[in-house]
Design a protein around this ligand. Structure first.
Ligand code: PMP
Length: 391
């Protein structure tokens, strides 16, 4: 069919530049190893930090919920699609995050969109870290609020922005808790100090911190001992939690408001019973099996230290998200392809997900990896990098 030649032209350019990517289908469940193209390879690309996607307790909860309540919910939450288990999950999440209330959205992406697009008007300003996740950027695009972007984790620049914004009704500072491409942690104590000095609200996206940082994985706010001083915590149920969805944890007022105004919440069907039941069980696992988080950090340290010793540039990573920075886009994808050929699945990430010239193979180890698997991965990183003159 004719009509999309203009799109094909752009795709052809991407092919020429070596940035055109094919999807990589997995033929097994998610785990420390996965099957790709009939071959078992070490998985270093998932966000399955704790291995919960295939945890027996989550599987069982999902199966039992499907048997009891069926496959779908048949409605949006506000009409006929709220099951008691949706509210149970929200009560448990609020308790877990030490907040008054919480609300679950269809994904982390739609949570950011839903929150940002509904709570700000043209009387307000949103002040955002330059490296915030795409869903925050898109959420901000949907508001009529004024926008300011401060240099990545630069507190002087944030203060400058706050000083310029005294006339707005609401100043909302938004930051990722853990930055998804670099694995560094936002300087939340300083952000809270500035917010309190300049009377601003704070929203933290803990997608990569929930289940990873803080007591039992409560996130960055808890990690820094700032419970009660950050107004909005959002996060995802699809990474360490192992299932699907997003949540916002905050005051009852904010949650009541989002039930009435959060557009993805209002206009998109609620999660199936299997998803909700598995998320409830995931929070129980976080509370009852803290050894998973210890194993995750132990593995992350082992792998990061190994990469550094080999001479790789792992940037500013402080968490299990560990980039191996290559720089050149084409070389980065060649590196990733070679790693896959040798038996390691570690995706290359290039512009526009990261800045031009900052292409990297992003690795995330999980609690499921054995030290042997990680050592084997390190050996293969070294071998592939030497062949491509990256090391
Ligand atoms: N925020 C951040 C910081 C993320 O890394 C992601 C996941 N890519 C999201 C939000 C979106 O979460 P989800 O995959 O649940 O939509």
């Amino acid at each position: 069919m004719k009509g999309f030649e203009y799109l094909q032209e752009e795709l052809d350019q991407m092919k020429e530049q070596g940035t055109f990517r094919k999807l990589v289908p997995l033929e097994s469940e998610q785990g420390s190893k996965v099957v790709i193209d009939g071959r078992e390879v070490i998985q270093l690309s998932s966000n399955n930090y704790l291995g919960l996607t295939s945890h027996p307790r989550l599987r069982k909860a999902a199966i039992e919920a499907t048997e009891k309540y069926g496959a779908g919910t048949g409605s949006v939450r506000t009409i006929a699609g709220t099951f008691s288990m949706h509210e149970e999950l929200e009560r448990n999440l609020a308790k877990f995050k030490h907040t008054e209330a919480s609300l679950v959205f269809q994904s982390g992406f739609t949570t950011n969109q839903g929150v940002l697009s509904s709570i700000l008007t043209s009387e307000d300003v949103v002040i955002s870290d330059a490296l915030n996740h795409a869903s925050i950027i898109d959420g901000i695009r949907l508001t009529k609020a004024a926008r300011k972007v401060y240099k990545h984790v630069d507190m002087e620049d944030l203060e400058r922005a706050l000083k310029e914004c005294s006339d707005y009704r609401v100043r909302l500072i938004v930051t990722d808790g853990v930055f998804s491409m670099d694995g560094n942690i936002a300087p939340l104590p300083q952000i809270v100090e500035l917010a309190e000095k300049y009377d601003a609200l704070i929203m933290v996206d803990d997608a990569h911190a929930s289940g990873v940082l803080g007591e039992n994985g409560r996130g960055t706010v808890n990690h820094f001992g700032l419970d009660g001083r950050v107004h909005i915590q959002v996060g995802t149920l699809s990474k360490a939690i192992g299932v699907l969805g997003g949540y916002v944890a905050s005051t009852q007022t904010l949650i009541d408001y989002l039930i009435h105004k959060g557009r993805p919440f209002l206009f998109s069907t609620s999660h199936p019973p299997a998803v909700t039941a598995a998320c409830i069980e995931a929070i129980n696992v976080l509370l009852e099996e803290p050894e998973l988080i210890e194993k995750l950090w132990d593995n992350a340290k082992f792998f990061k230290d190994g990469l550094t010793k080999l001479g790789f540039d792992t940037g500013k990573s402080e968490t299990p998200v560990t980039p191996v920075i290559v720089g050149d886009e084409k070389k980065c994808h060649q590196f990733s392809d070679k790693l896959l050929e040798y038996g390691v699945f570690a995706q290359g990430i290039a512009f526009p997900t990261v800045s031009k010239g900052q292409a990297r193979v992003r690795t995330i180890v999980t609690a499921q990896h054995s030290k042997e698997e990680l050592q084997e991965a390190l050996n293969l990183f070294e071998k592939a990098a030497k062949e491509l003159n990256i090391l």
